[in-house]
Design a protein around this ligand. Structure first.
Ligand code: SAM
Length: 228
């Protein structure tokens, strides 16, 4: 049974996808699930580590999907060539690592018309990637699974010049803060409590980092504006 987290990621992979790459695929659960449910889709499961790579191979073989899913060992987008896939998924890592992976071999994203990204933390660094590399955030989702709150960001190549997101939208998510579901409130209540604590501690320190205090205070204001 696929986790609710990965089922949510799967929802954003269009049924018309011919071939997608799942980078950092570990057991290749996502490619196996998609290819089992959608007979016209092929996949590449990319892994930089031997252990997870071998686990992916075993999973693909036991599902009998080796003719449609290729498991490749390599770093990030290095496992795909330009114009080889139409969709790329990266799930279950920090947002900073995800944006580093995308940035390092960004030329291999040519021909890709959708990125489905599920950062465990730091979604804002993915929004920064989008801004810097002309991708548009076409969808966002926040949800709870097994006590944790996750976010998914869906990016497509920017077609026209878009209005720049505000700093606040970059931080909270332009679509998430418009929709404001239960998970959104839950996440930001928690972050707010934490930030307020940290600001207190920073103010009590011998050397006060005024700039950081100001930045954190600004963030708490943004959060309060949206959840109170
Ligand atoms: N994507 C799966 C999921 O969401 O359940 C697995 C997530 S797992 C926590 C992260 C995986 O990413 C690990 O198997 C790790 O080896 C792999 N990984 C980390 N950095 C990578 C990179 N630069 N290129 C490819 N894979 C990477």
């Amino acid at each position: 049974e696929l986790s609710k987290r990965l089922q949510n990621v799967a929802e954003f992979i269009p049924v018309t996808t011919r071939k997608f790459a799942d980078i950092g695929s570990d057991h290749a659960y996502l490619p196996c699930y998609i290819c089992e449910n959608n007979k016209n889709t092929r996949a590449i499961a990319g892994e930089v580590n031997q252990g997870p790579h071998d686990a992916a191979l075993r999973q693909v073989q036991s599902a009998g999907l080796q003719d449609r899913i290729e498991v490749r060992l390599g770093d990030g987008l290095g496992v795909i060539s330009p114009n080889e896939v139409d969709c790329v998924t990266i799930a279950g890592m920090g947002g900073t690592l995800i944006s580093n992976i995308l940035t390092e071999q960004v030329e291999n994203l040519s021909g890709v018309d959708r990125l489905v990204l599920q950062p465990n933390i730091d979604a804002s660094s993915i929004r920064m990637f989008a801004k810097n590399f002309q991708w548009q955030i076409v969808n966002e989702k926040i949800f709870e699974d097994d006590g944790y709150i996750y976010e998914i960001l869906v990016l497509e190549p920017q077609e026209s010049l878009e209005k720049n997101l505000t700093e606040k939208e970059m931080y909270l998510g332009p679509i998430l803060m418009r929709e404001k579901n239960e998970a959104f409130y839950k996440k930001w209540e928690k972050v707010l409590d934490k930030k307020i604590n940290i600001i207190e501690q920073m103010k009590n320190a011998k050397q006060i980092d005024e700039e950081k205090v100001a930045y954190f205070s600004k963030q708490t204001e943004w959060i309060k504006e949206e959840i109170h």
